[in-house]
Design a protein around this ligand. Structure first.
Ligand code: GDP
Ligand code: MG
Length: 162
């Protein structure tokens, strides 16, 4: 039983999220972070930076044959971004739900993209698609040292038996 409890409390899943330049320019950084914070997920890494085209190219390499790729590189390197790593049970999938699907036209209200964006291009935030992608992406944007292990004071109140 204690093993079971430890498993819930030491949820090891991590996801990579990236607040895009349009969200920074529109002053939505705080509101976006608040969504994950108030849910109870744990922030373990964050920075404010300019991304080079090279870095964005790496990050979105799976889209390199798309006609919108040059525009995507330009957009993503046009201003500061906020890369983040969040931890929690099923955080990869959950964060995608909080973000909303790719096309904001089909996003339900309450999601980040549903509430604050109109088009597929400038859609405010990136969220890793799976655990494997999340791991790959977080080490593209962060070093191991920049990710902090800590126990938030709220843990006992968010998780049963922790
Ligand atoms: P996501 O995982 O929901 O962000 O969507 P994808 O991984 O399919 O695409 C990555 C990002 O590329 C999207 O968030 C958009 O910013 C951009 N993108 C995807 N499809 C399109 C498109 O058809 N047109 C434009 N302009 N941008 C797109
Ligand atoms: Mg994607």
């Amino acid at each position: 039983f204690s093993l079971f409890l430890r498993k819930i409390c030491d949820h090891e899943e991590r996801t990579f999220l990236l607040i895009k330049p349009d969200a920074v320019q529109r002053g939505l950084v705080g509101q976006i972070i608040k969504k994950f914070e108030q849910k109870g997920f744990k922030l373990i890494g964050m920075k404010f930076m300019l991304a080079s085209k090279e870095l964005v190219k790496n990050h979105y390499s799976y889209l390199s044959n798309e006609p919108f790729f040059p525009g995507l590189l330009k957009y993503m390197s046009s201003g500061p971004v906020v890369p983040m790593v969040w931890e929690g049970p099923n955080v990869v999938k959950n964060a995608r739900i909080i973000i909303g699907i790719t096309n904001p036209e089909d996003c339900i209200p309450g999601t980040i993209r549903g509430d604050f964006s109109i088009q597929t291009g400038p859609n405010l935030i990136h969220g890793a698609d799976g655990v494997e992608e999340a791991n790959k992406e977080m080490y593209l944007w962060f070093t191991q040292k920049e990710l902090i292990s800590w126990k938030p004071a709220i843990t006992t109140w968010v998780y049963e038996g922790c």
